[in-house]
Design a protein around this ligand. Sequence first.
Ligand SMILES: NC(=O)c1ccc[n+]([C@@H]2O[C@H](COP(=O)([O-])OP(=O)(O)OC[C@H]3O[C@@H](n4cnc5c(N)ncnc54)[C@H](OP(=O)(O)O)[C@@H]3O)[C@@H](O)[C@H]2O)c1
Length: 311
Amino acid sequence: MVCCVTGAGVIALLFIAYKFINILLRILGPYVFCKPIDLKKQAGANWAVVTGATDGIGKSYCFELAKRGFNIYLVSRTQSKLEQTKKEILQKHANIEVKIAVFDFKNPSPADYRKILAKLNEVEVGILINNVGMFFEYPDIIHRIAGGIDSLADVTTVNTLPPTLLSAGVLPQMVSRRAGIVVNISSGAGAIPIPQMSIYSAAKKYITWLTAILRKEYGHQGIIFQTIAPHKVSTNMSGNPDTSFFCPDSDSFAKSALNTIGNSSETTGYITHQLELELMTLLPEFLLNDFISKTGDSIRKTVLSRKEKSQ
Ligand SMILES: NC(=O)c1ccc[n+]([C@@H]2O[C@H](COP(=O)([O-])OP(=O)(O)OC[C@H]3O[C@@H](n4cnc5c(N)ncnc54)[C@H](OP(=O)(O)O)[C@@H]3O)[C@@H](O)[C@H]2O)c1
């Protein structure tokens, strides 16, 4: 009897140690222990395509990739912002080329995707950063969401179609070179089903799932597929909060996330976000759900009261 209890105790301790080591490896592995890989070699080509490239995380990815010697293809919806971003990149990195393409990703037309893909395939795409994303005006339950079913359709389309169709469209050239990198930007909101974030949370889970499938389909052909699932980063989408230990600016975020390519298939992109995720997953589900619901309520109240004041 004593022997059985001791045996069970040892197994339980080993199990806890195993879990703890895994958590430490996920936090420290890609951010502290592993050396960044040679992106140029892995990409096998000089162009990086970035969607949602004129602000926030996407723009920061562009500058960081330009710094590492890649030519940048900016894809976003506003011509003037694209031209301005191109100018800013070239002022800082005169040794590279920058191209721009206007595309509103609310547009789900396969015919229009064919046109943009034809343009992108005129260059040798080594890296594709599927960054563009869209959140609701504020969290709410699905039938009360601001903007109604138009908004639900847009959030579904903008978050899911670009990584699906752009990946499918540039993969042939990556496959023929047997090299390439595809980074799909998901969100911490996709890690668990989040009430009041409905389609956004579900769409971000779709991105994680899609990336894992593509990794299985193409990973053996020399192409890396990475999911980056950030927590809060100070950008327009998050309401430009002050930066803090858990909320980096987009430049620090993109630099950190790029350094994890090849060292982690799926990660948050930033060490304190990874710490936050691991702590959250240790919480009992009812506490986590309660915390998430209260956060959703508080964001909605803040946005609505700001709107009321501005009217
Ligand atoms: N910031 C965060 O805390 C956070 C957390 C988790 C995940 N993420 C994810 O990270 C990604 C980037 O977010 P962000 O915070 O950097 O966003 P952001 O600062 O709001 O920038 C969004 C970028 O996407 C472009 N864009 C927006 N809607 C578009 C559309 N319909 N068609 C074409 N381009 C469009 C914007 O161009 P215009 O300015 O012309 O509209 C802008 O360049 C998203 O996928 C988001 O879900 C962000």
